[in-house]
Design a protein around this ligand. Structure first.
Ligand SMILES: Cc1cc2nc3c(=O)[nH]c(=O)nc-3n(C[C@H](O)[C@H](O)[C@H](O)COP(=O)(O)O)c2cc1C
Length: 156
């Protein structure tokens, strides 16, 4: 199974989560870890799983991440399993509805991707981090769940 983990990270926290996820997924095959500013349509060919992560900025996707989706062909992820995560502060349940992970999942589904797991948020203590204790472990567990679900679906 070939996987792609794409991330944007301003201060390095989302990158650390992306690395932990990639490390876990590597147990079942090659993983490419790619910064979102370098993502092109060709990176999405021949991949069996796409995981994407970003920080939440102003209760939304960071502005730099939004144009990425516009340069990808429609339906390029047709039928491919997708998973999305973000990093953010611990927010009240009402504000926690507005996360970058949810927006990313919507964008990936619009490209034809098939959601394999609910969007997940990993929490930072302050604007520049660090992540709360245990968040890297939680990211590894989240990635394990993705693999279990892929396995359950009978995918490679
Ligand atoms: C411009 C800006 C806006 C932000 N807006 C939010 C927000 O609306 N909600 C939130 O929980 N965190 C917000 N944050 C905190 C980020 O989520 C935090 O910086 C991020 O998780 C750190 O990840 P990174 O190290 O990968 O950049 C904001 C940070 C910046 C820089």
């Amino acid at each position: 199974m070939n996987s792609l983990v794409v991330y944007f990270s301003k201060f390095g926290n989302t990158q650390r989560v992306a690395e932990a996820i990639a490390e876990e997924i590597e147990s079942v095959g090659p993983v490419r870890l790619l910064s979102s500013d370098r993502l092109n349509a060709s990176d999405l060919e021949n991949v069996d799983l796409v995981v994407m992560g970003s920080p939440t900025h102003r209760m939304n996707l960071p502005e730099v991440v939004r144009p990425i989706f516009e340069r990808l062909p429609k339906r390029i992820l047709r039928g491919k399993p997708i998973a999305a995560f973000d990093t953010s502060y611990k927010m009240s349940p009402i504000l926690a509805r507005f996360t970058a992970a949810k927006k990313l999942a919507q964008k990936l589904r619009k490209l034809g991707g098939s959601r394999i797991i609910a969007p997940e948020t990993f929490h930072v203590i302050g604007r520049e981090g660090p992540l709360y204790d245990g968040e890297i472990e939680r990211a590894s567990t989240w990635a394990k769940t993705i693999l279990e679900r892929l396995d359950g679906k009978g995918d490679k």
